[in-house]
Design a protein around this ligand. Sequence first.
Ligand SMILES: Cc1cc2nc3c(=O)[nH]c(=O)nc-3n(C[C@H](O)[C@H](O)[C@H](O)COP(=O)(O)OP(=O)(O)OC[C@H]3O[C@@H](n4cnc5c(N)ncnc54)[C@H](O)[C@@H]3O)c2cc1C
Length: 324
Amino acid sequence: MPILVFIESAEGAVKKSSAEAVSYASAMAAQMGEKEIIAIALGNEVPEESLANLGKHGATKVLQVSDERLNQGVIQACAAVLHQAMEKTGSDILVLAKSSLGDPVAARVAIKQQAALASNIVALPNLDEGFVVKRSIYTGKAFTYVKLNANKKILAVKKNAVDLKEDGNPVTVETFEAVLSDADFNVKITKVEKAEGEVLLPEADIVVSGGRGMKGPENWGMLEDLAKVLGAATGCSKPVSDMGWRPHHEHVGQTGIKVSPTLYIAVGISGAIQHLAGVNSSKYIVVINQDPEAPFFKAADYGVVGNAFDIVPKLTEAIKASKN
Ligand SMILES: Cc1cc2nc3c(=O)[nH]c(=O)nc-3n(C[C@H](O)[C@H](O)[C@H](O)COP(=O)(O)OP(=O)(O)OC[C@H]3O[C@@H](n4cnc5c(N)ncnc54)[C@H](O)[C@@H]3O)c2cc1C
């Protein structure tokens, strides 16, 4: 039975989290002795060449539903297409990335397919005990192991939990004809407002974040310079936004934005539990803090003990130099 993978896109490109979902499906197929991994992309915004490149991550075939109404990511319409694709391809397993679109789509497809659903999955299933998946809960502080008992299964994979497979070859992209009615498009995005020229924090692959250790808003230039050379978004701790040093939409943590970038650089942030709750899904955490006892170092992959005002400009210059 083929494994189906739902591909999400943003601004005309396949999302990295969806490429990870394909890699996950590929590794799972190898475990199960399955040969076919079918990726399905909805809408017509992603160029065919990019879709074909999903073969590098393990897809054996790509289906595209080129209905431009699907570019908007309407939950009901996406679920209708994936339900039809599972039926037509005979897939018993749907893999997708856990996301604000992936989760509700997965729930709807699970109802239509009477499938077992698990989200926020961080490891390949254990097939020795049936089909047991490991899920991250409490913002990465704990895990649960869940046995999926139904024949049909839907797996939403957590961002950055899977290594990206890169050694495959491009594959053919075929058209998939889905039957959709106006009733499937019961929601329409009428307007998108996006901060010009900024990397959006929730989507960012790299985040440079500052805390009270930055002393004041006038010192944020050095963090913005670092973010610029890295193509990163900027974030901050709660007190920083409460004091009006930075806008509230940059506040990261339990009561702010939860991020899961590949790299989170925390500068002058102590690492209170409420801040960590928003960042501990990051793949790598780098902490720059002058206090070697700062709690953030316990959650860090790499730490620099020292004065941010010395270290950050040097880091920025070193990255610039390495790019030249
Ligand atoms: C209900 C509740 C919800 C909360 N939600 C959030 C949340 O969502 N997000 C959040 O961030 N906080 C949240 N908080 C607040 C949280 O508990 C901490 O108070 C806050 O995260 C601390 O922010 P900070 O690390 O910037 O400041 P501080 O705790 O003051 O830490 C500043 C750090 O900067 C270092 N430093 C100082 N000078 C330098 C220098 N020159 N170079 C390098 N390092 C330096 C210090 O050693 C220190 O570790 C919440 C609190 C509560 C009670």
